[in-house]
Design a protein around this ligand. Structure first.
Ligand code: ATP
Length: 199
């Protein structure tokens, strides 16, 4: 599976619509300091569902929206789309090309879309689970990440191998099922209490 392009507008320094084509092979992005290179990897993290402004080098999430310059007004919305080639069928959807979009408005409202259809953040997360591409995956190696992997606890390092082995989605589903079981058993206990009060 391959990233085909990143489209964005109103995201950080990219006020106007911009499309970055990612062709076969390696794509290098070069430019002077402060020209927006890291903002592109931030856009990638953000569209994949990043929830921490710190991971996007900010303090508040609305800082991803173009803040304006002396000559330009701020934008009211940031939008990023990531288009991936799914001809290998790695993503569990019946499309050869999958576009994931995230929008955020100054009002705080957020939207996620998969191929133009509104969806939940959970759907985006599940789509990329076990592919290594998700926001917690290993496809985005930021500064300091290697150091973090080497010095982290073995249990945390294991998560990286679990993602690569493709078992994260099963673990997540197991955790969901366990949560539901606990809640069902709590409800059952409450029902038993009520029955014993009635009897
Ligand atoms: P370096 O080579 O120094 O790491 P870089 O090319 O990676 O730099 P970035 O850190 O991606 O540059 O971009 C920083 C620029 O993005 C700064 O000029 C900053 O003002 C601008 N910027 C960040 N957030 C916003 C925003 N919300 N609105 C407008 N501009 C923004």
């Amino acid at each position: 599976m391959q990233f085909k392009r990143i489209e964005m507008q109103g995201f950080k320094s990219f006020a106007d619509p911009v499309c970055i084509e990612l062709n076969d092979g390696i794509t290098c992005i070069v430019g002077p300091n402060g020209s927006g290179k890291s903002n592109i990897s931030d856009a990638l993290r953000w569209v994949l569902g990043e929830q921490s402004p710190k991971q996007l080098r900010g303090n508040k999430m609305d800082e991803v929206i173009f803040a304006g310059t002396t000559s330009r007004k701020p934008k009211g919305m940031a939008e990023v789309s990531l288009v991936v080639d799914n001809s290998s069928g790695m993503l569990p959807v019946d499309y050869n090309e999958v576009a994931v979009t995230r929008r955020m408005y100054r009002s705080g409202e957020s939207e996620y879309l998969i191929n133009g259809n509104n969806c939940r953040l959970k759907d985006v997360r599940e789509l990329f689970m076990d592919t290594g591409i998700g926001v917690d995956g290993y496809s985005i190696i930021g500064q300091g990440k290697i150091q973090e992997i080497v010095s982290t606890k073995p249990e945390n390092r294991r998560e990286i191998f679990e993602e690569a082995a493709g078992i994260v989605s099963y673990k997540t589903r197991k955790q969901d099922a366990e949560r539901k079981l606990v809640s069902a058993s709590d409800n059952l206990e409450r029902v038993r209490d009520i029955i014993s009060e009635i009897e």
